[in-house]
Design a binder for this molecule. Sequence first.
Ligand SMILES: Cc1cc2nc3c(=O)[nH]c(=O)nc-3n(C[C@H](O)[C@H](O)[C@H](O)COP(=O)(O)O)c2cc1C
Length: 348
Amino acid sequence: MEPDRRRGDLPAAPAGHGPLTRNRSTPNGVPTELNAEYYAQRASHALIITEGTQPSADGQGYLLTPGIYSEEHIAGWRKVTDAVHKVDGRIVIQLMHAGRMSHPDNTPHHRQPVAPSAVQPAGAMFTASGLQEMPVPRELSTEEVATTVDDYRRAAAAAIAAGADGVEIHSANGYLPHQFLATNTNQRTDQYGGSIDNRIRFAVEVATAVTDEIGAGRTGIRISPGNPFNDIAESDTHELYPALVRALAPLDLAYLHIVHGGDDEPLRTLRKLWPTRLVLNRAGTDIPTRAKDVEDGLADIVTVGTMALANPDLVERVRTGAPLNTPDPETFYGGGEAGYTDYPTLTA
Ligand SMILES: Cc1cc2nc3c(=O)[nH]c(=O)nc-3n(C[C@H](O)[C@H](O)[C@H](O)COP(=O)(O)O)c2cc1C
């Protein structure tokens, strides 16, 4: 029988936990028992996509985010994946290289952030000594781009060694792969800059390397077409993303995850071009709106961010029509149990 290519190796159920940075790892980027408890509480989601996790020291942007490039990281993540699997959940680790969205005070080596080009991001970043301007990043040499691709490859292997069911490559929201895609952040003159074919090369090389390492059925990728978050300005969104999706399609990844707002027409175009499962994050909308995307066939799975953060039993609440807890933005980024593992369930 022909395998159903939309199914891959990951489960096909409608509501996933979207990736959410919570800044509650150790200073060395090691996940803790508290992190394991948080994710295990949310194991009834079709799939858990973890918080952005740096594949290298260069890849760290924010304080107290987890890494997946050392033995300690692997041991920490092992606690998380074991806890989730014990209650029948599925978990993929999101590989997030922050690129220029970083500050030397936030990384273990305290070096200047790296990026496709030396273009300083607007805005300030939270550091241990308060809000600080992000410095002008250092442009990666062509050789260093290859090294960075290799960092993703090793991180993917480490994620599997830590017991994860797969990885998601974060190519959205203004972080490193998105900085290669967008015209304002990529001013390179080598094979990674200029034309669309050149700007998509980094994301495609990362996806290819990760797929080679751990298998396509365990690899997903997240994109956010047209999203200006983190000082991104794309001059050719409507040509760029179809080209990227066409180039990724032959890899037969487990899924494409799209952060979406605004006009649905470009989304339908990407849906048509994509051969496997489409995971949709229709940012900021209510549950019925998201459920309709699955009913209408626009998405195979929808992910939920802040509502999943605030409702460990979101799936049960939606199934029974129970009211939802309200997320508290004060406790999103950093802290302990409060606003993390203490959101009540229906039965708590
Ligand atoms: C606290 C917080 C942390 C986030 N961290 C990440 C992240 O690490 N990786 C990522 O791809 N998106 C991240 N996002 C974006 C969310 O995954 C999601 O796209 C956004 O919250 C909008 O969708 P929602 O309405 O489902 O929450 C974060 C959002 C919030 C509120």
